[in-house]
Ligand binder design. Structure first.
Ligand code: GLC
Length: 805
């Protein structure tokens, strides 16, 4: 046996003393005696980037995650050399870099709180097997510190005490402890002493995070190659951390078309055409709103992407048009594996142009997926992405498909133990050639990007709609996502709730689960409870594997159909509210779902809550996730909340029992909120919206609300053709004032608001609209009190007297 003595000595290496410091505009270089350089970039006052090399110079700086639209620029940057450390100060942060060992400590510039501190800090191990380093970072974990984020991990919302890996993986029927699964989002938020910060480890190699698991007071992260390269965001509000991360890795490039926020029905697979039509006409017959119908892999000819099985779908263009006439947008699946078939044009083109991925020694990367043996386009090559985007011309422009569903893009490979490409596969990586070890985690993202480019081109002047299963940080710019192949169990309902919240706090709000479960079959009760949760998920789709029976809203008993209809109708009524929240997400990066900790981090009771969340800004929802329940206990965050069903006001800041039999679920509205609602439609655009209902929830005090509207599709909103209405509500014991401030030049189709008051503590005696007294005889008190006003009012003044009741 040959003993490799070097390997025996293998161990952690550390930076030595800093011997040189240089500054180049916003970049600071600290050089150690042993060739380690720390490059510290001040991106913004609250955002620092730390990047290390161990060989004296840096590789080409390239990232798929960071958007070119990210904001940068700081107000203050001062560097001072002290005896033991260099001190870097911005208006928000003060950062010390120890001269002795390069360790970093970061403080709040204003009150001096120590926010984040290196434990061992940067260190590394040489990778004898692959070359380069296994790069590592360890940080002090503070007393009472909590951790959140990391994308789709199907486990407790608070990551403390756990260790996770990031390597996107096809994970059929995953469970609560499966790790990793489909996505790699190496971003987390830490929270201690009331202050939140974030760390984004932008390294695409297989990475790991340990949140005080191995050692109680240490949190560390490392990757199997590449650079130690991370961004540090300071809040101190968690919402600001998430917004800042989302700004850096990108907000959605476009708003989704409004229909994409409606209900979607999917199954593996609806075919032939007659079956698809049977499903869509049943929705209309039963008056269950639905906007999208999906075609899974069986629409293709032998699972060849961009082809049609003409036996099942003899005239797709006609079918798609007929579905559209009935309000259904057709979404089709497209996978990355291209069948090896010399008579198949997509295969031929890619082969002739050398677009397929190759093994290290030059052979093609061959793997089995649905069509049998396949080759796989190298989506990390810009020329390949351009070609791929062009393939959508017929599907979108000619046939009229409205959305594309990218699946199996981890990339998934069947019948091999690692479920994906071998490590040696080569990738272009946008001109930075590398192996699959580096490209694996972004392969699916680049496929979604290429698909998005195709849809953007051929759907124009309409907006593109893409769904992807695999994702890396930044994928939210191009696509929506779902959580993959879950199971029809109550535990998976809990998981779905966690995952949607976790994705939202990881910058990727447009997410949802396969409602009802993909594998196995739900009972009607589970399906109903899942729909109830689903109406609050930005991506709202039923999907199932199809081999365990039907999963349409009418596949259970009639009660289920009725309750499901009622909840889908609520979703459709809330569309203007959700659309406004989406606009906030696309514009500011504000997460669409807020876990309680994100909503109120100062209340430590929220730090370990998992089930309750805020939908948008002002609606609190909590799914019932156990069978046979007549209600549940839940934590209602601080403040006063109206029960959505009864208008009863509860005071939060405590756990309480909330009734919710199968007909209902715990939903509350924040006092003072003004919630915009549409009339019920069977699909978006069925009716011309001539009036919006504003549900006004009384508050003694002040509260702001918003309503965003535009054409619901198209890009005119980017040229200022939108309408943004800010409402300020001010309530006193016997009056209520609502002020409206308008922005944007879009002419809404609605002309009036129907204002419905909830919880007014007085009888109305007078109503003034823009200082003019109006006739309010139609007003009913103690039933629903409502008035109709012109949409352009500036001030609505309700005066009353205390009711005797
Ligand atoms: C994968 C997907 C699933 C899809 C199936 C067939 O399992 O995750 O959603 O239905 O493939 O395309």
């Amino acid at each position: 046996m040959i003993v490799n003595t070097e390997l025996e000595n293998k161990g952690n290496l550390f930076p030595s003393k800093i011997i040189d410091f240089k500054k180049n505009v916003d970049k600071l270089y600290f050089t150690a005696n042993n060739d380690v350089i720390l490059q510290l970039t001040v991106v913004r006052d609250s955002l620092l980037r730390f990047r290390y090399t161990t060989v004296g110079n840096f590789d080409n700086d390239f990232s798929y995650a960071i958007t070119k639209y990210a904001s940068n620029g700081y107000n203050k940057l001062e560097i001072e050399e002290k005896k033991e450390f260099f001190e870097v100060s911005t208006s928000k942060l003060r950062c010390e870099i120890s001269k002795e060992d390069m360790r970093v400590s970061i403080y709040d510039a204003k009150d001096g709180t120590l926010i984040n501190q290196d434990e061992s800090g940067f260190h590394w191990e040489e990778s004898y097997e692959f070359g380069g380093n296994i790069v590592k970072m360890s940080k002090v974990s503070n007393d009472g510190e909590s951790y959140y984020g990391l994308g789709d991990k199907p486990n407790h919302l608070n990551l403390k005490g756990k260790r996770y890996n990031n390597w996107v993986t096809d994970s059929y029927a995953y469970g609560k402890d499966t790790d990793p699964i489909y996505k790699t989002i190496p971003f987390y938020t830490g929270l201690h002493h009331g202050k939140a910060y974030g760390i984004f480890f932008d390294n695409t190699f297989k990475s790991s995070f340990d949140f005080a698991h191995e050692r109680r007071n240490v949190t560390s992260f490392w990757a199997q190659g590449g650079e130690m390269n991370y961004y540090f965001f300071y809040g101190p509000k968690m919402n600001d951390v998430v917004e800042s991360y989302t700004d850096l890795t990108g907000k959605p490039h476009d708003l989704p078309p409004l229909w994409a926020l409606g209900f979607h029905q999917c199954k593996w697979s609806y075919y032939p055409e007659a079956k698809v039509k049977e499903i869509t006409s049943t929705f209309r017959k039963l008056k269950i709103p639905c906007d999208a119908i999906y075609l899974d892999i069986d629409y293709m000819e032998g699972f060849r992407c961009f082809t049609w099985n003409k036996d099942y779908f003899p005239d797709p263009k006609r079918m798609v048009k007929e579905l559209m006439d009935n309000g259904f947008k057709t979404v089709a699946i497209i996978d990355p594996g291209i069948k090896i078939d010399k008579d198949y044009s997509v295969f031929k083109e890619a082969l002739e142009n050398d677009y397929f991925c190759k093994r290290a020694d030059g052979d093609y990367m061959k793997g089995k997926v649905w069509p049998g043996e396949c080759y796989f386009p190298d989506f990390t090559n810009p020329e390949v992405r351009e070609w791929w985007s062009g393939l959508f011309k017929e599907l979108i422009e000619d046939i009229g498909i409205k959305g594309v569903w990218n699946d199996m893009n981890e990339p998934a490979v069947m019948e091999v133990p690692n479920k994906t490409f071998p490590d040696d596969v080569r990738h272009d990586y946008d001109g930075n050639p590398c192996s699959h070890r580096k490209a694996h985690n972004i392969y699916g993202m680049q496929m979604a990007r290429a698909t998005y480019q195709g849809l953007k081109k051929y759907s124009y002047p309409k907006r593109p709609f893409v769904i992807t299963r695999a994702a890396y940080s930044g994928t939210q710019r191009y696509s929506s996502t779902w959580t993959g192949d879950n199971v029809a169990t109550w535990e998976h309902l809990w998981i779905a709730n966690i995952q949607a919240q976790r994705m939202a706090m990881s910058g990727f709000s447009f997410a949802g689960s396969d409602i009802g479960g993909f594998a196995e079959q739900p009972q009607g009760e589970l399906f109903t409870r899942w729909i109830q949760l689903g109406i609050f998920h930005p991506f709202f789709r039923v999907h199932s594997s199809g081999d365990h029976g039907d999963q349409e809203p009418w596949a259970f008993d009639e009660d289920v159909t009725d309750i499901v209809r009622k909840f889908i109708e609520i979703r459709y009524q809330l569309l203007p509210y959700l659309y406004t929240a989406f606009w906030n997400y696309a514009d500011h990066g504000t997460p669409l779902l807020k876990s309680l900790v994100l909503f109120d981090q100062d209340d430590v009771q929220t730090h370990y809550r998992t089930d309750e969340f805020i939908f948008g800004e002002q609606i609190l929802a909590c799914p019932v996730i156990e069978p046979n329940a007549k209600g549940r206990r839940m934590y209602v965050p601080k403040g006063n909340w109206f029960n959505f069903w009864t208008d009863e006001v509860v005071k939060g800041g405590k756990e309480m029992w909330v009734d919710a039999d199968i007909n209902s679920m715990p939903i509350f509205v924040k006092e003072g909120a003004i919630i915009p609602k549409y009339p019920i439609q069977q699909y978006v655009g069925e009716k011309e919206i001539t009036e919006i209902t504003l549900d006004v929830y009384y508050k003694k005090g002040k509260e702001d609300s918003e309503l965003y509207s535009d054409a619901n599709d198209g890009f005119d909103y980017k040229k200022g053709r939108y309408s943004l209405r800010n409402f300020t509500l001010r309530g006193k014991s016997n009056e209520l004032i609502i002020n409206q401030y308008k922005e944007g030049k879009f002419m809404t189709t609605y002309e009036t608001f129907k204002i419905q008051f909830h919880g007014l503590p007085f009888d109305i005696v007078e109503v003034q609209l823009d200082n003019e007294k109006i006739d309010h005889k139609s007003l009913k008190v103690n039933d629903i009190t409502s008035i109709i006003v012109d949409k352009n009012f500036s001030e609505l003044h309700i005066l009353g007297i205390k009711s005797k009741a």
